[in-house]
Design a protein around this ligand. Structure first.
Ligand SMILES: NC(=O)c1ccc[n+]([C@@H]2O[C@H](COP(=O)([O-])OP(=O)(O)OC[C@H]3O[C@@H](n4cnc5c(N)ncnc54)[C@H](O)[C@@H]3O)[C@@H](O)[C@H]2O)c1
Ligand SMILES: O=c1ccn([C@@H]2O[C@H](COP(=O)(O)OP(=O)(O)O[C@H]3O[C@H](CO)[C@@H](O)[C@H](O)[C@H]3O)[C@@H](O)[C@H]2O)c(=O)[nH]1
Length: 432
């Protein structure tokens, strides 16, 4: 099948590469010519494990190409995926400007019948709206079908998730369209749910909202555990044995970040509100998360009183390990607060520093070397559970820091291991 993918971000690029890997001929289109140039040179514009090799392989095989010219990318496509951003507006709702503009790009440039597949996360009703935008802007006689195919990949394991995900959801108006999309996706060998368009759109929001709820729930339990002297890791383990609950997504910490959970939970609250439903449960999930992201500041202040002149090692900037993405990372909340309180900050991250420098306004020092971050620090704050942070020999805190005081926002170490060392250790939902 000849496929075009509009948008080469985390979703579009991974989707385009994966579709080419299973044998389709894919052209990825992006409005950013510098991205297209980098990608055409075989260099991924995002960090995703396993992506570069697949990208190079399929480009060399002639199944994958990149362009900044919509007419060129769309010229022979039978199916066009829209995978552009749907960021949060100030009121919390999803900004559909990029999706609308991609729809107009399609409408103005296609000369053949196409199926347009919306992969971006969009509120219920958007697919029909976008079909309308395309039909109003395209040439007469061209038949356009629309389908919803929400994406469930996680950053940092996007390639793995695309080939070994839990399900593929296809929302279509007619069986023929759903069948074509099912056929395109068949080589992924995953359960396929064919449903109506509105339900497909809702499945995406409901899934993210449910996962975010699980995280805020366990974080609330963690905070209660702290007051009562219980250990949230033990509690989560005990809960997880119950198949109805499951062991995943019960890791307490400094809250969820990323480009999806914060944005999509807010968008669902808005969507519900616009339809006269006050989604109180989800509002609380968001509030718990906002408080959770700054929880360590209170702990740090009660330990030190003042942070003026204290040197702090911030370990991790990305919102989770194995990605260079900082969108809604707790680091973006913690660093301004620490700076405002007068701390002298050195931040460690193995791959996200390039992106961090674009988003962090405070004058802080950066390093990709973990020991250098710890050298002479008065305390350390763990934001991202990077493998090298988790695997560090705990004696390094003692050897390198002025005072081995660690505030661990990701519960990286077992309390037994910590007890073997002379470090002062504060984590989430566990005895200090
Ligand atoms: N990032 C994730 O892990 C993830 C996972 C599942 C779903 N989603 C959803 O997928 C969508 C895309 O997310 P992302 O993180 O990949 O976004 P992103 O911001 O990383 O990438 C979007 C890309 O689209 C390009 N673009 C914008 N308008 C364009 C146009 N008219 N023509 C061509 N290119 C255009 C931009 O230049 C950019 O490269 C969002 O709706 C998001 O909620 C994201
Ligand atoms: O038990 C947990 C699990 C995750 N997190 C945090 O939650 C955030 C999101 O993590 P994760 O879900 O692994 O990453 P994302 O790449 O944001 O993926 C989510 O958002 C995507 C975009 O919609 C969806 O496609 C995925 O299915 C969904 O998992 C991160 O800050 C994690 O640290 C926790 O605090 N505790």
């Amino acid at each position: 099948m000849r496929i075009a993918v509009i948008g080469t971000g985390y979703v579009g690029l991974v989707t385009g590469v994966a579709l080419s890997e299973i044998g389709h001929h894919v052209t990825c289109i992006d409005v950013d010519p510098s991205k297209v140039e980098t990608l055409s040179n075989g260099i991924p514009t995002i960090y995703e494990p396993g992506l570069e090799a697949l990208m190079k392989k399929n480009t060399a095989a002639g199944r994958l190409a990149f362009t900044a010219v919509h007419s060129e990318g769309l010229s022979e496509a039978a199916v066009v995926y829209i995978a552009v951003g749907t960021p949060k507006r100030a009121d919390g709702s999803a900004n559909l400007d990029y999706v609308e503009s991609a729809a107009k790009d399609i409408a103005r440039n296609i000369t053949q019948n196409v199926i347009v597949v919306i992969k971006s996360t969009v509120p219920v009703g958007t697919n029909f709206h976008i079909l309308n935008v395309i039909n109003t802007n395209t040439k007469p006689g061209i038949q356009v079908k629309i389908a919803s195919n929400p994406e469930f990949l996680r950053e940092g394991s996007a390639v793995k998730d695309t080939f070994h995900g839990d399900r593929i959801v296809i929302g279509a108006e007619d069986e023929a369209t759903a069948d074509i999309l099912a056929e395109i996706n068949a080589p992924f060998n995953m359960p396929i749910l064919k449903t109506d368009i509105s339900s497909a759109e809702m499945i995406k929001y409901a899934s993210n909202a449910f996962l975010a709820t699980k995280i805020s729930f366990i974080n609330e339990i963690a905070n209660i555990c702290e007051s009562l002297g219980a250990n949230v890791e033990e509690v989560a383990k005990g809960m997880g044995f119950d198949h109805r609950i499951g062991p995943d997504f019960l890791k307490a910490g400094i809250g969820y970040g990323g480009s999806c959970f914060p944005k999509d939970t807010n968008a669902l609250v808005q969507l519900a509100g616009n339809n006269h439903h006050d989604f109180n449960l989800l509002k609380s999930v968001i509030e718990v998360n906002n408080n959770q992201q700054i929880l360590l500041i209170d702990k740090i202040l009660s330990r030190f009183g003042s942070l003026a002149g204290k040197r702090v090692a911030v370990l991790g900037l990305a919102f989770k390990p194995h990605t260079d993405d900082l969108r809604e990372s707790p680091a973006l909340v913690m660093i301004p607060k620490l700076a405002e309180l007068g701390a002298d900050i050195i931040a460690y991250d193995p791959i996200a520093i390039g992106n961090a420098k674009k988003q962090i306004k405070e004058a802080i020092a950066y390093t990709e070397d973990l020991p250098s971050a710890l050298q002479n620090a008065d305390f350390a704050v763990i934001i991202t559970d990077w493998p090298d942070v988790k695997k560090i020999n705990l004696s390094a805190y003692n050897q390198l820091m002025n005072d081995p005081i660690v505030f661990d926002g990701r519960n990286c170490y077992s309390l037994d291991a910590v007890k073997q060392e002379t470090i002062e250790y504060y984590s989430i939902g566990r005895p200090d």
